[in-house]
Design a protein around this ligand. Structure first.
Ligand SMILES: *Cc1c(COP(=O)(O)O)cnc(C)c1O
Length: 463
């Protein structure tokens, strides 16, 4: 018997509207039209309460890397719940799933990233990072090294620390953020902000903003720089090739710790185990979550270098979550990593589906509404534009066109997300070439429908 779709859709929607506050949603407008209710998942496909099948181009929220419906993960979770559903790791105690998962993570992460502090989510892990880097410098006799530099339009989570590290203005506007000693430099978004510069010159220029910020505050005040190897929620912003080597040089020169937020880029998404391998940098800490368990259980963490662990481990770190290393979540994450390895999903993304999808995705630039269709591994985005030659934005409020496009996607059996007027995809890593074809065909049709509506409503105007 299905677990969820017992009541009629309208009744579920009414209850949802009455009692459920959705994240990042104007709940009043959602209540007026009713939420779409998702009831099942299999591979890359979702089913809703009306029986419609939808191709999930977003892996849920960038997390269901191994696809839906994996019996093995259900089995492992049930077995672990029977054996030991919970125990903490505070009281000089440990348990098998946390030990095995930490060891596995040390094995698959490069270099001397060998130590894991577990959290329940990516946001929590970034809160850990913030406290850990400040504590690290304090233990080294440099308590004034507290500033963390991040980037505008970054996403690092929704807790007070995570949202402060993030660079989303609408988030900062609610709840008096950012908290002190967090500064934001500009993002390396060439298509939208590069002006007349060529992409590589622009990439260096944006990286040098980090150096300028360090010099402005003084290197003796700056603890760390945090960034996603490729910005996800900001719109899949793929930086110019010149950007990351310059960032690495600056962090090394000024002895600033580098935190790579791998919550989206990790676990095969970019065609390597981790995004920092794809862009070529050497972080001191990486943030993990999402693909760590393919979303089957909530779990995140910070993987920390020998250099940092040596210092932090010498003292009591007054920090931890009840669910740090939760046994069921850890057991499921471990099994997820085994599946990624057994099915060679990282290699498959790098050598087969990634290159195939990139070619198809690029072909969408032939559509009159589309420009800047780029992809790394299996994360991609494109710009909707009224005038691609001019790299023009729409005259309408940013996001107006993207929202119309996303609604058309949803109505046509495809999930893509919009960030302002960019459309983004990040399908499960198990997507087949046939399914890529289906996704791209549906996207083309959606762009046709969107273009027709923009013309009807007089929205095909450049800013
Ligand atoms: C989603 C995300 C987070 C936050 O993770 P949660 O599990 O939602 O707390 C942090 N960083 C990045 C890059 C993310 O995409």
């Amino acid at each position: 018997m299905p677990l969820t779709n017992i009541r009629p859709t309208a009744e579920l929607q009414a209850l949802d509207a009455a009692h459920h506050m959705h994240p990042f949603t104007t709940n009043a407008s959602l209540a007026a039209k009713g939420a779409r209710i998702i009831t099942r998942g299999e591979g890359v496909w979702l089913t809703d309460s009306e029986g419609a099948r939808i191709l999930d181009g977003m892996s849920g929220l960038w997390c269901v890397n191994i696809g839906y419906g994996r019996e093995r993960l259900a089995e492992v979770a049930a077995r672990q719940m029977r054996e030991l559903p919970f125990y903490n790791t505070f009281f000089q105690t440990s348990h098998v799933p946390a030990i095995e998962l930490a060891a596995k993570l040390a094995e698959i992460t490069p270099g001397d990233l060998n130590h894991v502090f577990f959290a329940g989510s990516g946001s929590e892990a970034n809160d850990t990072n913030l406290r850990m880097v400040r504590h690290y410098w304090s233990l080294q006799g440099k308590p004034e090294k507290t500033i963390v530099i991040s980037r505008k339009n970054a996403y690092h989570g929704s807790t007070m620390g995570g949202a402060s590290l993030g660079g989303m203005v609408p988030m900062h506007e609610q709840g008096s953020l950012p908290i002190p000693d967090i500064h934001h430099i500009n993002q390396p978004y060439w298509w939208g902000e590069g002006g007349d510069l060529d992409a590589e010159t622009f990439g260096v220029e944006r990286a040098l903003e980090l150096e300028n910020a360090i010099l402005e505050h003084g290197a003796d005040r700056v603890a760390a720089f945090i960034a996603e190897p490729i910005q996800g929620a900001g719109g899949v912003i793929i930086p110019p090739d010149s950007y990351w080597p310059e960032i690495q040089r600056i962090c090394d020169t000024h002895d600033i710790l580098l935190i790579a937020d791998e919550v989206i880029c990790g676990f095969g998404r970019t065609g390597n185990w981790f995004g920092h391998q794809t862009v070529g940098c050497k972080p001191d800490i990486i943030t993990i979550a999402k693909g760590l368990s393919s979303g089957y259980q909530p779990i995140g963490g910070s993987v920390v270098s020998d250099r940092i662990a040596r210092v932090i481990d010498a003292d009591e770190f007054n920090h931890g979550y009840t669910y740090s290393g939760h046994p069921v979540a850890a057991a499921v994450a471990l099994e997820n990593l085994r599946i990624i390895e057994e099915e060679k999903l990282v290699e498959k993304v790098r050598d087969e589906t990634g290159p195939y999808f990139q070619k198809k995705w690029k072909s969408l630039e032939d559509h009159p509404l589309v420009a800047d269709a780029r992809m790394v591994g299996l994360m991609g985005s494109l710009a909707l534009t009224p005038d691609k030659g001019a790299r023009a934005a729409f005259a309408s409020e940013p996001g107006t066109v993207g929202f119309i496009c996303r609604e058309n996607c949803f109505a046509n059996g495809l999930i893509m997300r919009h960030v302002n007027d960019r459309m983004i995809v990040a399908p499960p890593l198990v997507i087949s070439k046939d399914e890529v074809d289906t996704l791209v065909e549906r996207a083309w049709k959606v762009f046709d429908l969107t273009l027709a509506r923009l013309k009807d409503e007089g929205l095909m105007k450049a800013a």
